[in-house]
Design a protein around this ligand. Structure first.
Ligand code: HEC
Ligand code: HEC
Length: 329
């Protein structure tokens, strides 16, 4: 079969030409070949309809209709309030051990980011100082003395700057969370006498707590780079790995995106503008903080600046790169 080359051209070019119209502005209505019942006459919610004597389009249920499932008459359960609109004192469902654990689960999903894992108001959002209104600690006297209904209402309706979690958390889970918040509050406020009853080894607990605290502090310091400014080859290696340097630089002489670090220190470098320099410490530091200042010949200027690293981190990187060179003194 022989196809006219003009026809072929038209078939190839037409879709391109049509595609070129996308995003353009038109005066006339868009062509809508398949209606799919997209447009039809109907009444919106709350709209007027003169067909009925009361002019409402929305009809009431027929007299004598019996609600199935959706009648939320139980105010205590659904709203956490009594008939007189005061908050209920107690959770209006059975609190079992598994119910509290369900609450723990959901608390850790929805509340920890702000209120913290222990309910002390030190969630990650607060700790990182994003400028959010501080979430209060649940261990304040004021909140320990609040009713269960008050806590429920905070979840269901939100409170001041805290948004409502009604759409995310179903009614039963809200109460489970309340039960868990109560457990958290209890955990931080046990009287001496009660502890005696439980027969726990306070000295061992204290030791355990101090150990965890020390580990946590060490971790935070390491993250903040507040390591007392230690400079070492080992640390440089870790920093290079953690910052993705090794995706572009090898230590075995092979060429990746960037030049290898093997024998880099002390060698003569040639740059894309023809100039040269010896790779001393100063040069290495500049290469890390301002890579575009001197671009090594034969390589793309594709390295971003790492000027956010602390001095001790940069010095550690330099020490590490030096350790990979036979030219090091
Ligand atoms: C996005 C952060 C955020 C999350 C998530 C969050 N809260 Fe809050 N919460 C706040 C802030 C902020 C306040 C203080 C609001 C204010 O005083 O304006 C608050 C206040 C409260 C209060 C009232 C305390 C008082 O001072 O009376 C309760 C109770 C509470 N939250 C419970 C919860 C529970 C339970 C959850 C999980 C379902 C939760 N919150 C999730 C930020 C949050
Ligand atoms: C996306 C790839 C890439 C990453 C990631 C990268 N670099 Fe580079 N680097 C390059 C390229 C390409 C060059 C050569 C071009 C230039 O000089 O800007 C280079 C050059 C260098 C030089 C000078 C090398 C020479 O041969 O003179 C040093 C030193 C260096 N990088 C250190 C680092 C350190 C330290 C890190 C991690 C903190 C790092 N680079 C991360 C691509 C990268």
């Amino acid at each position: 079969m022989k196809v006219s080359k003009y026809l072929l051209l038209a078939v190839l070019v037409l879709p391109l030409a049509l595609a070129g119209c996308r995003g353009g502005k038109f005066q006339s209505q868009p062509v809508h070949p398949n209606m799919n019942m997209d447009q039809q006459k109907r009444f919106e919610a709350q709209e007027k309809n003169e067909f009925f004597s009361d002019n409402r389009a929305m009809r009431k249920p027929v007299e004598g209709t019996i609600a199935r499932d959706n009648l939320k008459e139980d105010k205590a359960l659904y709203q956490g309030i009594n008939e007189d609109s005061s908050f209920v004192d107690q959770i209006p469902v059975d609190v079992t051990k598994s119910f509290i654990y369900r609450g723990k689960d959901q608390y850790e999903v929805f509340c920890t980011p702000c209120h913290g894992i222990a309910g002390d108001g030190n969630g990650i959002i607060m700790a990182n100082n994003y400028g959010y209104v501080p979430a209060p600690s649940f261990h304040l006297e004021r909140l320990r003395n609040q009713s269960d209904g008050y806590l429920y209402s905070a979840i269901a309706n939100g409170i001041r700057n805290m948004p409502s979690y009604a759409t995310q958390i179903p009614v039963k889970d809200r109460w489970a969370i309340v039960a868990y918040v109560r457990a958290l509050q209890k955990s931080q406020n046990v009287s001496e006498d009660e502890i005696q009853e439980y027969d726990v080894d306070l000295a061992a607990l204290e030791e355990d707590y101090q150990e965890k605290l020390a580990a946590q502090q060490a971790k935070e310091e390491a993250q903040a780079g507040g390591d007392g400014g230690e400079v070492s080859v080992e640390r440089g290696k870790t920093i290079a790995q953690n910052n993705g340097c090794m995706t572009c630089h090898s230590t075995d002489g092979s060429k990746l995106v960037g030049p290898t670090w093997q024998n880099l220190y002390g060698s003569e470098r040639t740059f894309d503008d023809g100039s040269t320099a010896t790779a001393n410490e100063e040069y290495l530091k500049e290469s890390i903080v301002e890579p575009s200042a001197k671009v090594v010949e034969g390589y793309p200027p594709s390295m971003v600046s790492y000027d956010f690293l602390s001095d001790s981190e940069i010095n550690s990187l330099v020490e590490y790169i030096k350790s990979l060179s036979e030219n090091a003194e």
